[in-house]
Design a protein around this ligand. Structure first.
Ligand SMILES: [Zn+2]
Length: 245
């Protein structure tokens, strides 16, 4: 790097205020912005940027984008049960709202600092990526949940385990059905038998309501007429029991 000129003593990155002396290349290690040591317009000169200003100019990093990713995963898990896992869903919504407020305030402050410093240049791709990470994560998780992908995936992963258990229950109509703690990826609260079918109550779902699945193995038109569940697979229905039912 012998041909790389040294920037002036007080040169700072225009993107984030990082000190640019003694770097191995003409790229800011903090935000990835390029500068030309021979062109003062590509650097901030003459004014020391305060630590607080430097801190608030930076895009969010792992401290915010990490919890945002966690909230995204948490939303997918919380909506993977019929009716949603209520407690986790509430926690996730609070966490998501809190992170979105922190993100929004940081964006406003950083934009305010950039405007005050007359920084007109476009931020680097890396800086942009760090800013858009949270909205992209939240929008992707919301889209996945809007299409009910988590619940359908969980159902198909658990279907054979529930079917096996249902057949055991139907073959032993005189004994009360056993309640395993898990069937596939579903935590089970209760198992009931009814005319020719088996009903699974998924634990922790709903608020003042119960949610689960019904298994009706044979073409049981009488039973099929009486229940209001929505068919989600051959012999399988999703059902909900409200607080007043
Ligand atoms: Zn920088």
């Amino acid at each position: 790097m012998s041909d790389f000129p040294t920037p002036p003593e007080n040169a700072l990155c225009r993107g984030c205020g990082y000190a640019l002396r003694g770097l191995p290349s003409n790229r800011c290690p903090e935000c990835g912005r390029e500068f030309d040591p021979r062109d003062p317009a590509t650097m901030l000169l003459g004014r020391r940027v305060g630590r607080l200003e430097t801190f608030f100019s930076r895009p969010p990093r792992l401290w915010l984008n990490g919890p945002a990713a966690l909230a995204g995963v948490s939303l997918i898990v919380a909506t993977s049960g019929p009716g949603g896992y209520f407690g986790l869903l509430i926690l996730t919504i609070y966490l998501g709202m809190f992170l979105a407020v922190v993100w929004g305030l940081r964006l406003l402050i950083a934009a305010g600092i950039a405007i005050a410093n007359r920084r007109r240049s476009r931020p680097s791709m890396r800086t942009m990526a760090r800013w858009v990470a949270l909205p992209v994560i939240f929008a992707s998780a919301a889209l996945i949940c809007a299409f009910n992908v988590p619940e359908l995936t969980a159902f198909w992963l658990s279907k054979s385990a529930m079917e096996r258990h249902a057949r055991v229950c139907l073959n032993n109509p005189t004994t009360a059905p056993a309640t395993p703690s898990w069937l596939g990826v579903f935590p089970i609260k209760r198992v009931e038998t009814f005319h020719g079918g088996v009903r699974f109550f998924v634990a922790e779902t709903g608020f003042l309501s119960e949610h689960g699945y019904e298994y009706l193995p044979q073409d049981n038109s009488a039973a099929e007429k009486t229940h209001q569940g929505e068919k989600i697979a051959e012999n399988w229905y999703r059902w909900t029991r409200g607080f007043m039912d």
